[in-house]
Design a protein around this ligand. Sequence first.
Ligand SMILES: CC(C)(COP(=O)(O)OP(=O)(O)OC[C@H]1O[C@@H](n2cnc3c(N)ncnc32)[C@H](O)[C@@H]1O)[C@@H](O)C(=O)NCCC(=O)NCCS
Ligand SMILES: Nc1ncnc2c1ncn2[C@@H]1O[C@H](COP(=O)(O)OP(=O)(O)OP(=O)(O)O)[C@@H](O)[C@H]1O
Length: 283
Amino acid sequence: MHALNLQPKTLTLADRLADLAVDALIDEADLSPKPALVDRRGNGAHTDLHLGLMHASALSLWPAFKEMAEAAIEFGEVGLPLREALGRIGREGEQAMLATTSGVNTHRGAIWALGLLVAAAALENTNASAVTLYAARLALLDDRFAPRPLSHGAQVAQRYGARGAREEAQLGFPSVLHRALPQLHRSRALGHGEQNARLDALLAIMTQLADTCVLYRAGEQGLQTMQRGAQAVLDAGGSASLGGRRRLHELDEQLIALNASPGGAADLLAACLFIDRIESGAF
Ligand SMILES: CC(C)(COP(=O)(O)OP(=O)(O)OC[C@H]1O[C@@H](n2cnc3c(N)ncnc32)[C@H](O)[C@@H]1O)[C@@H](O)C(=O)NCCC(=O)NCCS
Ligand SMILES: Nc1ncnc2c1ncn2[C@@H]1O[C@H](COP(=O)(O)OP(=O)(O)OP(=O)(O)O)[C@@H](O)[C@H]1O
């Protein structure tokens, strides 16, 4: 008899969805060179984040993602009971994240976006449109137990009228469905290579997003620099071209100088990678 049981464990749907969500977060963190974000090269515009912390944070969220998928399977439909269960699990996940990072916000926006998508995929795991539609229906329900802190996002909403992460989800993740995924597929079809295709998908999100991380840290000037700079990279041929790479490095320097980190766009890239893998049937 073996001391170790080497039989592969059969993974449940909830296990596999949690694996996918964590993989998407780790792939997003590792992707380089991302403008002003934490990546393999360094900390971008952040003083309190680094790659090891992003990895540890992603792994700490696995139980929360699994529990969200299990709740979706148990309730079996979109409704207030599931929405409020997800809110409770999301808040517990955030506590696990903060305990792992000693209080640093590494993935608050990502818990929101991927949490909804994991639950939606557990209910209806067929294609991108169905999953984002179910996630939007969940996001539109009001969790009566959610605290209403004066978060950075709430402050930016008051000042600039940007509704940020909540609205993006309630609209069915248009940045993912209509920008990131089509760009990912286009760049892959052009043979640009997987890392460049992912960078191009991130840039496609950045061209339009009202990223509340950027607005909070660098105001409208920061947001305009992000959106125009990302468009300039794509117009120059994208991350796989010499011209595009030059523009990408310029954008990185400009955003770091403005302290403008596009954390919301990064979360949505992770959401795009998650949906891409669901659609590919590779899970
Ligand atoms: C919904 C959230 C993200 C609201 O955030 P708020 O607008 O108050 O801003 P906050 O500064 O807390 O965080 C915003 C984060 O979202 C991301 N983000 C920023 N801009 C955008 C955008 N336009 N689109 C998507 N994500 C964005 C960034 O990572 C940013 O750090 C979240 O904090 C929250 O209230 N979650 C509820 C918990 C819950 O119910 N979870 C269960 C469902 S999974
Ligand atoms: N690779 C990444 N690098 C940096 N931020 C990322 C990355 N991936 C995702 N993010 C998102 O960016 C957000 C972190 O941004 P930020 O540091 O501005 O948070 P904050 O707590 O609002 O601000 P501050 O650090 O100024 O107090 C997280 O919610 C996270 O989901």
